[in-house]
Design a protein around this ligand. Structure first.
Ligand code: NAD
Length: 452
C-alpha cells in the first residue's frame, strides 16, 4: 500500500532521477492524528477577505476567532507572509464585474499560501438569487474554486467552496473548522451548501464532539470502516462495528482498542436490518450516527456481467442501505438530531469502465441522500454522502500495480488518500456542528480528474 513514488523522491539519488524524468514529487500532506481541539487555529496565519455587499464576512470572522484564529484583513496586495488559511466572503458577487473581487482578493496572495494551506470561499446560494444573472455569477465562483484547487494542489493546498444561505450564518462554525483545518487533507475542489433547513442541535460541542452518542459503522473490519471506528471513538462515541461473520477475528481486533461493540451480520441477508434494529434498541435504546460504509465491487463489463454479480452489488451497496434506514426510521431507532452518512464513490459521480453495477449503486446513493434530506430535516437529522476517490485500502490494493500507480497520480495532489482522510469527513458530518449540511455528496478524492 505504500507510495513507491514518494519513497523514491525521499531518497536523494533516486529522487534526482525521478525529477530528471519529470515525474511528480508529491508533498507530504497535513494530517492530524488526535481528536478535535477547542482552538485548532491558534497560532495560524489567517487572512480574511471581504467583497462589497457580502453578508458572510462578519460571521466568518466570529467563527474563525472562536476557533482560536486572529484573522487579519490586510488591504489588497499587502505582504502578509506564509498564509495558513485564507477565508473569503464572496457572497457580494452578484454581477459579472464583481468577479474582480476574486482577482483582487486572491491574486496577490496565491504565492504566499503556505504548503498545505487552506482556502475557503463562501458564495451566495444560486438558488436564492434574485435574478438569473446573479444566480449565474454565484454559481461561477465554483469554476474559480475548482481551478484554483488545481493550480495549488501540488503544494498540498486545499480550496473549497461553501454556498451559504443568508439565514444560515449561525451554522458556519463547523464547516469553517473542517474546511479551513488540517482534516480537510484530501478534500479539495469541492462545493457544498450551508442551509437553515435542518433543526438546530440542542448542544454543539467542538471537542469530544460525539460524547454520549451511539454510532453504527458497517463494513468496519478493515479499510475505511476501520478508520471511521477509530475516528468516531476518538470523539467519544460508543461504536457498534458491523461486518460479515467471516471477518469476526479482524472485527474483534478492531473493536478492542476502542471498546467498540462487534456485530456480525451480512447486511444483504433478508433479516439483517430487523436484527440490527432490535439489537440497537435493546442495548442502547437507539442510535445517533449511522455510517453505511460496507460496499463491494464485482467488476465486469456489462457484456460480461453475470446476473448474480449484478444482483449482489446492488443488494449490498444499495438495497441493504435502504432496508436498514427503513427499519431505523419506521421504528425510531435513529434518534432526533441523528446523522446518516452513505459511502458513495467517484465512480458514482463519473461512471467507470467495468463498473456499471457498482456505479449505479453508488450514484443511487447520491440521489438517495438528496431525496431523504428534506424529509428528515424537521427531526434535526442530516443525511449526506461521501464519495472517495483513490484511497489506499485492501480494495484498491487488489488492483494491478500499474493501474494502481496511475490511479494514485490522477488528482491535484498527485497521491492517493488514506482511509483516515475519508474518516475525517465522515466524522465531521457526524457531529452536531455539521447541521447546516444535508443532502450533499462531498468527494474525498484530492480533486481526482475522473468526474472533476
Ligand atoms: P474494503 O473492501 O477494504 O472494506 C469493506 C468492508 O465491508 C470489509 O470489511 C467487508 O467485509 C465489509 N462488507 C462487505 N460486504 C459486506 C456485507 N454484505 N455485510 C457486512 N459487511 C460487508 O473497502 P474500502 O475500500 O474500505 O471501502 C469502504 C467503502 O468506501 C465501500 O462502500 C466502497 O465502495 C467505498 N469506496 C472506497 C474507495 C477506495 O478507494 N477504497 C473508493 C470509493 C468508494
Amino acid at each position: 500500500m505504500s507510495d513507491l513514488l514518494m519513497r523514491l523522491n525521499r531518497n536523494p539519488l533516486s529522487g534526482a532521477i525521478v525529477k530528471a524524468i519529470g515525474l511528480p514529487n508529491p508533498v507530504p500532506l497535513w494530517r492530524e492524528a488526535g481528536p478535535y481541539v477547542e482552538r485548532p487555529f491558534e497560532g495560524k496565519n489567517v487572512l480574511l477577505r471581504r467583497t462589497v455587499g457580502g453578508y458572510a464576512a462578519d460571521a466568518m470572522a466570529a467563527a474563525l476567532t472562536r476557533a482560536g484564529a486572529a484573522p487579519k484583513e490586510a488591504p489588497r496586495g499587502d505582504a502578509v507572509g506564509p498564509l495558513d488559511i485564507v477565508a473569503m466572503d464572496a457572497t457580494g458577487c452578484v454581477a459579472p464585474q464583481d468577479y474582480r473581487a476574486l482577482y483582487d482578493g486572491l491574486h496577490p496572495v496565491v504565492r504566499q499560501l503556505a504548503r498545505n494551506g487552506r482556502v475557503l470561499i463562501l458564495a451566495a446560494d444560486p438558488g436564492a438569487a434574485l435574478t438569473p444573472a446573479a444566480a449565474a455569477v454565484a454559481r461561477g465562483v465554483e469554476g474559480f474554486v475548482r481551478s484554483l484547487a488545481k493550480e495549488t494542489g501540488a503544494r498540498g493546498v486545499t480550496v473549497n467552496l461553501g454556498y451559504v444561505a443568508r439565514d444560515a450564518l449561525d451554522r458556519l462554525d463547523g464547516p469553517l473548522r473542517f474546511f479551513c483545518g488540517a482534516r480537510t487533507t484530501y478534500v479539495t475542489g469541492q462545493a457544498f451548501h450551508v442551509a437553515a433547513d435542518v433543526a438546530a442541535p440542542t448542544a454543539m460541542p467542538f471537542t469530544r464532539a460525539l460524547s454520549g452518542k451511539v454510532a453504527l459503522v458497517t463494513g468496519a473490519a478493515r479499510g475505511i470502516g476501520l478508520a471511521v471506528v477509530e475516528r468516531l471513538a476518538q470523539e467519544g462515541a460508543t461504536v457498534v462495528a458491523l461486518d460479515v461473520p467471516g471477518a469476526a477475528d479482524e472485527l474483534r481486533k478492531v473493536c478492542e482498542p476502542y471498546a467498540a461493540v462487534p456485530f456480525l451480520a451480512d447486511i444483504a441477508a433478508p433479516d439483517s436490518a430487523e436484527r440490527l434494529a432490535d439489537f440497537l434498541l435493546e442495548r442502547f435504546g437507539g442510535v445517533d450516527i449511522v455510517v453505511h460504509n460496507a460496499g463491494i465491487t464485482r467488476d465486469r463489463t456489462l457484456a460480461n456481467m453475470p446476473e448474480h454479480l449484478w444482483d449482489l452489488v446492488v443488494q449490498v451497496n444499495l438495497a441493504a442501505v435502504i432496508a436498514i434506514d427503513q427499519q431505523f426510521l419506521q421504528r425510531h431507532v435513529l434518534r432526533d438530531e441523528g446523522r446518516i452518512v452513505c459511502l458513495s464513490s467517484v465512480s458514482g459521480v463519473a461512471g467507470n469502465f467495468g463498473q456499471t453495477n457498482y456505479a449505479a449503486s453508488k450514484a443511487a446513493l447520491i440521489g438517495y441522500v438528496a431525496a431523504q434530506a428534506p424529509l428528515l430535516a424537521p427531526r434535526g437529522i442530516c443525511i449526506n454522502a461521501v464519495a472517495p476517490g483513490f484511497i489506499d485500502t485492501p480494495m484498491t490494493d487488489a488492483m494491478p500495480w500499474m493501474i494502481r500507480e496511475i490511479g494514485r497520480r490522477l488528482n491535484s495532489v498527485k497521491q492517493s488518500g488514506q482511509p483516515r482522510d475519508v474518516a475525517e469527513l465522515i466524522a465531521f458530518l457526524g457531529t452536531p456542528g455539521a447541521f447546516g449540511i444535508s443532502g450533499a455528496t462531498i468527494r474525498v478524492c484530492g480533486q481526482g480528474l475522473i468526474g472533476a
